[in-house]
Design a protein around this ligand. Structure first.
Ligand SMILES: *Cc1c(COP(=O)(O)O)cnc(C)c1O
Length: 416
């Protein structure tokens, strides 16, 4: 697939631009996303399903920047949302609400009402009480609520426990028996329209087997519903395809598509997908500057101007993110822990990496397009990083760096 992040003449580039020019324009820390790479990833996903009727609903939570959503909306993507805030972002970005599915275990009444009025494609229901709640909100609005039930297929996705969602002990979805009862009840409710069935077993999955097991269970359940006279229009198989953070082998979307289409070849339903990470992760870099190099008892640290508040994945999951200087310069090599200035020992971005760097050099952290900026915070009163989209020779800031004033705006002194 199109690689738009590459070295040329010893300098890292994003599309037609040298990363050093992006840093010159926007400073550090800054997130940079390659528009072409995101578009190509979306088209690659869609084309893997060739002649099957599908709807690809990008999981907004992976990277919800308006600029990124706008790119995907222009490609014709649908969206998988988990809050009203995400719905408003999609609408603001020009996305079509009729191609939106609403996931999440804790949808609140005003969120449900807003989504009904916007005319979304489907609510992915995660409990009995959610069905009743949606029915109650839909009736006075005289809007028929499109629903599917998120089943928990009890399949182990073999990923990090924090991002596995399809096991019995997880909070997500309902077991098959409960799902059956929810569908029976849904059939009786006047303002409920059964559209499909839904599942999502986890994230950063690098093996096809759990996906196949899940699809098989879902297919069996679709048969069961059909035998009760409940016909579905779509089957939503969620997201979860992993990316290669550290050279690990990952699933080819075409193999994923072939496996699914094979299992579901006799099922006429439209297929819905909710990919997040696989569409955006590899399109993003986090750029940071080396502030200080220091040594404690023989251990070397590179202190940079990005921190766990900018990129939480290493601290949260012990995640590996590839890191390298944006220019290959003659420097002494050393094994460093790359850390931020935040007052936590968990504030690291990379551990024990061999790097040839000096103070003031710029480092690029790879695969930062997903679950990166969206998890950032103001911890230590650090402003969030800027976000920049690049296409060809064009770079555009799609979110300004937060100023101290931005951070203080919503606060006031307590005066009695
Ligand atoms: C997070 C999430 C996704 C996207 O997962 P990826 O691993 O980023 O593809 C899709 N569906 C639901 C319900 C999710 O919670």
């Amino acid at each position: 697939m199109t690689n738009t992040i590459y070295f040329s003449e010893d300098r890292l580039h994003v599309e037609s631009l040298a990363v050093s020019d992006i840093v010159q324009a926007f400073g550090t820390p800054t997130y940079v996303y390659s528009a072409t790479k995101i578009e190509a990833a979306y088209q690659h996903f869609v084309s893997a399903f060739a002649d099957r009727d599908i709807m690809v609903c990008y999981a907004v939570k992976a990277n919800s920047n308006l600029g990124v959503l706008g790119l995907l909306a222009d490609q014709g993507a649908g969206f998988d949302i988990v809050s009203q805030g995400e719905l408003e972002r999609v609408i603001r970005a020009g996305g079509d609400p009729r191609r939106v599915v609403f996931s999440g275990v804790g949808k609140q009444d005003p969120e449900i009402a807003r989504a009904l009025q916007a005319g979304i494609a489907c609510f992915n229901i995660e409990s009995r009480s959610e069905l009743e709640r949606i029915a109650q909100i839909a009736a006075p609005l005289s809007i028929s609520a499109p629903i599917s039930v998120r089943i928990n297929p009890d399949v182990d996705p073999m990923t990090h426990p924090y991002i596995s969602t399809g096991l019995k002990e997880n909070k997500f979805g309902v077991d098959i028996e409960t799902a059956r009862e929810i569908y029976r009840r849904a059939k009786e409710l006047p303002w409920i329209s059964i559209k499909g069935v839904d599942c999502h077993i986890g994230s950063q999955i690098t093996d096809l087997a759990p996906f196949k097991a899940c699809v098989q269970k879902v297919a069996g359940f679709v048969d069961e519903l059909a035998s009760e006279g409940i016909e579905l229009e779509h089957i939503d198989l969620g997201g979860g395809i992993g990316v290669s953070y550290n050279g690990e082998s990952v699933i080819d979307v075409r193999d994923y598509a072939n496996a699914i289409c094979e299992i579901l070849k006799d099922y006429p339903q439209r297929l819905v997908f909710e990919p997040g990470r696989t569409l955006v992760a590899d399109a993003g870099l986090l750029l940071c500057r080396v502030v200080t190099l220091k040594e404690n008892e023989g251990k070397h640290f590179a202190v940079v101007d990005a921190a766990m508040n900018d990129l939480l994945r290493p601290a949260l999951y012990g995640a590996y993110q590839r890191i390298e200087p944006i220019a290959q310069l003659p420097r002494k090599e050393q094994v460093y822990d790359v850390v931020g200035p935040v007052c936590e020992s968990g504030d690291f971005l990379a551990k024990e990496r061999r790097l040839a760097i000096a103070e003031d050099d710029i480092l690029a952290i790879h695969s930062c397009g997903a679950y990166a900026f969206v998890m950032s915070s103001n911890y230590n009163t650090r402003g969030r990083a800027a976000e920049v989209l690049v296409k060809g020779e064009t770079m555009q800031c799609v979110r300004d760096r937060e100023s101290i004033e931005d951070q203080l705006r919503l606060e006031r002194l307590f005066s009695v």
